[in-house]
Design a protein around this ligand. Structure first.
Ligand SMILES: O[C@H]1[C@H](O)[C@@H](O)[C@H](O)[C@@H](O)[C@H]1O
Length: 575
């Protein structure tokens, strides 16, 4: 491996951190006399500028195994998120009288379920700041400890309160992991496949939910099966902890810390055969763009970061978008539907709700896979703009079918139904829920977790904290209102409400969500500088894709191939 030497106390970077520019600023020539002069002009200009001369150094080398390993190890947090939120529905059924020697009341069940969301909400509020202070990796490792403590408390629980506290502590881990893992992956990922790599975390999440339902169904009749179900969650979290003992943090975090040597080492391992000069230029670029938030001590810097998040227009737009996306994800009702699907399927003739949940969770997983292939190729906007109307239509269908099926919810989650067994309307409900799951997973179930790309480095941790907290707050609100909604405004009213929200969300995304696929993280703030710049973002994303395909095409040319290997012009340049 090439050795990159960046002095942290003396050298070309001294005084550069923090001396950068505002989000809209221009970074002028970094080193006009260097050998690598051809790409030394790093200039970020507003994307609306017709004479766009922005140049971001981008590696054209193939993605290394190192990035793949880092992505999968970080995605274990996604798996934990899915598994821990997924196993509880079957665990609650099989707990029986194992806690305090009596059946759990409906209220007990609600507390046990909500404890994890509450824990996740609390920890996600602070996790972003912690990630900026101590690093992404230590935060993930801390979440592993929370998972272990929470799981051990639950496995050994003989009282309701021990179980609830165990779930709360596990929730702390879930909240941290749900925030940090996509952030970590977003920061190590090459821009052209950043979307996909972050979706791997979502695949692990939805896969975790699916596996939890599968294991739940399998252990349903086993004595103390729920303890095994919880105990199984210890395996992935321990694996993640051990792996992270040997893996580094993200280069962008190291740059924030002024540890440029370390950042260079990670970049060199991330990009196969990347020339030394290119790595150095990239580090210069990241360091130049890295703004250190002023402040006498940590507390003052945190306060200033929060201020910057709100007063800098591009940051505030990013914040609004990230929170809106997470809010939309939750308020379109998916999680309540996931919970509710068991009851619906039971009323229309299925006797095994666990199996039914598997079908819905399986659809969620499958279409997250479709999102994986589509997110960088077609872009975030397209899949959102297909997904939301699809959800809206499925929900309307569901609402109509409920109207004709004549189901009444009478409290305690139980339903009164005129006709039981298979009916045509029942089948339409099932199909529309599956259709809804598919459109949800394709777009809004997946894209909000790309949130870290919206924020510049200096406010990324705090910004994603707000957005993740919005997700967990939304999930708490919807989960606790859903049954009341079914009772008070009927299922038809409830599903029509979600359909209406999906339609409004479609408009919000159509008018406000820019296309960020293929853009460097550092380019996104220029898009959000003076508006949402949808058109400009689409143009830039298209340009970046074109550049990549030009490069790929020219790779067939032998001469260019050897040129690519030998010279630092492996970057993609826009002149
Ligand atoms: O992206 C995920 C995914 O869609 C899960 O299925 C859902 O349970 C979560 O709330 C959501 O954040």
């Amino acid at each position: 491996m090439t050795k990159h030497q960046f002095s942290e106390s003396a050298g070309p970077f001294d005084g550069q951190a923090g001396a950068g520019h505002g989000p809209s600023g221009v970074v002028d020539e970094v080193d006009p006399d260097s050998d690598a002069n051809s790409f030394s002009r790093i200039q970020i200009k507003p994307v609306n500028d017709e004479d766009d001369t922005s140049v971001m150094i981008t590696f054209n080398q193939s993605v290394s195994w190192f990035i793949v390993v880092l992505t999968f190890v970080a995605s274990i947090s996604g798996f934990m998120f899915g598994y821990d939120t997924g196993y509880i529905s079957s665990a609650l059924v099989s707990i029986g009288t194992d806690l305090d020697g009596k059946e759990l009341t409906y209220g007990n069940k609600e507390i046990i379920t909500a404890a994890t969301s509450l824990g996740a909400l609390i920890s996600s509020v602070v996790a972003g700041t912690c990630a900026d202070i101590w690093g992404r990796k230590p935060c993930i490792m801390f979440s592993n400890i929370m998972f272990v403590v929470g799981a051990v408390l639950q496995v050994s629980a003989h009282s309701f309160w021990q179980m609830a506290v165990g779930r709360l502590i596990m929730g702390f881990g879930v909240g941290i992991g749900s925030l940090i893992s996509p952030l970590f992956i977003g920061e190590i990922a090459p821009k052209m496949i950043r979307g996909r790599l972050v979706v791997i975390n979502s695949l692990c999440l939805t896969g975790g939910q699916l596996i939890a339902y599968g294991c739940g169904a399998g252990l349903d009749k086993v004595h103390n099966g729920w303890r095994i179900l919880v105990g199984l969650s210890l395996i992935p979290t321990c694996i993640q902890f051990i792996c992270f003992c040997f893996l580094p943090d993200t280069p962008r975090f190291y740059v924030m810390q002024g540890k440029l040597d370390k950042a260079a080492q990670v970049l060199a391992r991330s990009y196969n055969n990347a020339p030394d000069e290119l790595i150095q230029q990239k580090i210069i670029e990241l360091n130049t763009l890295n703004r250190v938030i002023p402040g006498k001590n940590v507390a003052a810097r945190v306060v200033n970061t929060i201020k910057e998040l709100h007063v800098v227009p591009s940051n505030f737009r990013a914040l609004v978008l990230a929170c809106a996306m997470q809010g939309i994800q939750q308020f379109c009702g998916w999680n309540s539907l996931l919970y509710f699907s068991g009851t619906v399927f039971e009323t229309v003739g299925f006797k095994n709700p666990a199996a039914v949940s598997i079908v819905v969770a399986g659809t969620n997983f499958l279409f997250t896979m479709v999102a994986f292939f589509a997110i960088d190729r077609f872009g975030r906007r397209i899949i959102l703009l297909i997904g939301l109307p699809g959800m809206c239509v499925s929900l309307v269908l569901c609402a109509i079918a409920f109207h004709f099926m004549d189901i009444k919810f009478v409290g305690g989650g139980s339903a009164e139904i005129k006709e039981t067994g298979f009916t045509a309307w029942g089948i339409i409900i099932i199909l529309s829920i599956i259709l809804y799951a598919a459109f949800y997973a394709l777009g809004i179930g997946t894209v909000p977790w790309q949130q870290s790309e919206l924020f510049p480095q200096e406010v990324r941790g705090v910004g994603t904290s707000y957005a993740t907290a919005t997700n967990w707050a939304g999930s708490l609100v919807i989960a606790s209102c859903f049954l009341t909604m079914l009772q008070n405004i009927t299922p038809t009213g409830t599903f029509s409400f979600f359909a209406g929200l999906s339609f409004i969300s479609f408009l919000v995304i159509y008018f406000c969500y820019p296309e960020l696929s293929g853009l460097e993280l550092e380019e996104v703030q220029t898009i959000l500088k003076d508006g949402f710049n949808i058109k400009a973002s689409q143009r830039l994303a298209k340009k970046r894709k074109q550049q990549l395909s030009d490069l790929k095409n020219s790779a067939h040319d032998n001469e260019l191939q050897s040129y690519n290997k030998a010279k630092p012009s492996d970057e993609i340049m826009e002149k």
